[in-house]
Design a binder for this molecule. Structure first.
Ligand code: ZN
Length: 274
């Protein structure tokens, strides 16, 4: 099964009222474990890495491995750059063959966020790649810096979708990156109100710590891509700590990434494209 376009996967998920799991990867073990999970569950998957994680695994190396793994997978795999903030980094991912990129302009004023999102869309189109953007403020940054969550307004979100034509939109609904300090309180009404007027796929960030029930409510309200990073990094780290030697560590890391992906795919809904 070839490397897949992310919009195609989200469209297929929409038809089936499911969501595609998007798992962060930073090593061969995480890539292999995640792809194996998708293969064993016979479902598409999104491999992604956030720009902030690239100092640990540079794009030219990690991205090549992600793309090669996707091309060799037995299930459809999209390869996505998460939280791209620098346009040269987004360009590099597109040049390499990533089938999707995110421009994160959530720290910018709305007009500027929309303007740069439009630039990124113009950049991505010749490559046939999808573009995800973000509106509102998702608690904590992807890199773990503190910041207060601010829910996106429905009006701004609808305007954003209409004026940019972005392929997927991450809407802040009280969700946060990293580990939640209390039980997250998600505002599903925001998703529902957007969806009543616009069917663009929505994206949920900060998936770690959200209950299965809340995942399902997000999916009912139009979320088609769910990001999991902290749960995967945490499980892989724990697995590595308890290993007896390097190769045992490598096996355990892959298995941990596989289990995290499987557990989440089980909630998001496995499906076959054919
Ligand atoms: Zn995120």
């Amino acid at each position: 099964m070839p490397l897949c376009n992310m919009t195609d996967l989200m469209r297929a998920a929409e038809e089936r009222s499911k969501a595609v799991g998007a798992f962060s990867v930073s090593s061969l073990e995480m890539i292999r474990g995640t792809v194996r999970a998708a293969e064993e569950m016979n479902t598409p998957v999104i491999l992604q890495v956030a720009q902030v994680r690239l100092p640990h695994a540079p794009l030219y190396l990690l991205g090549s491995a992600m793309l090669t793994a996707a091309r060799h997978a037995r299930v459809p795999v999209a390869v996505h750059l998460d939280h791209g903030v620098a346009l040269p980094c987004i360009r590099e991912a597109l040049e390499m063959g990533f089938t999707s990129v995110m421009f994160d302009g959530s720290s910018l004023p709305l007009e500027e966020n929309m303007q740069t999102t439009r630039r990124v869309i113009a950049m991505a189109r010749p490559y046939g790649a999808s573009v995800e953007a973000e509106i509102g403020v998702i608690g904590k940054t992807e890199g773990g810096q503190e910041r207060a969550a601010v829910c996106a307004s429905v009006e701004d979100s609808l305007r954003f979708l209409k004026e940019t034509g972005v392929d997927a939109l991450a809407v802040a609904i009280g969700n946060a990156h990293g580990v939640y300090t209390g039980a997250p309180k998600l505002h599903f009404d925001i998703l529902a109100a957007i969806r009543r007027q616009d069917r663009t796929p929505l994206v949920l960030h900060g998936g770690t710590g959200i209950s299965d029930e809340d995942f399902r409510r997000c999916i009912e309200n139009g979320v088609r891509k769910i990001n999991i990073a902290t749960a995967a990094y945490g499980a892989v780290y724990e697995a590595a700590r308890n290993a007896s030697d390097y190769f045992h560590m490598s096996d355990r890391m892959e298995e941990a990434a596989c289990q995290v992906a499987k557990r989440h795919i089980g909630v998001f809904g496995a499906f076959s494209l054919s």
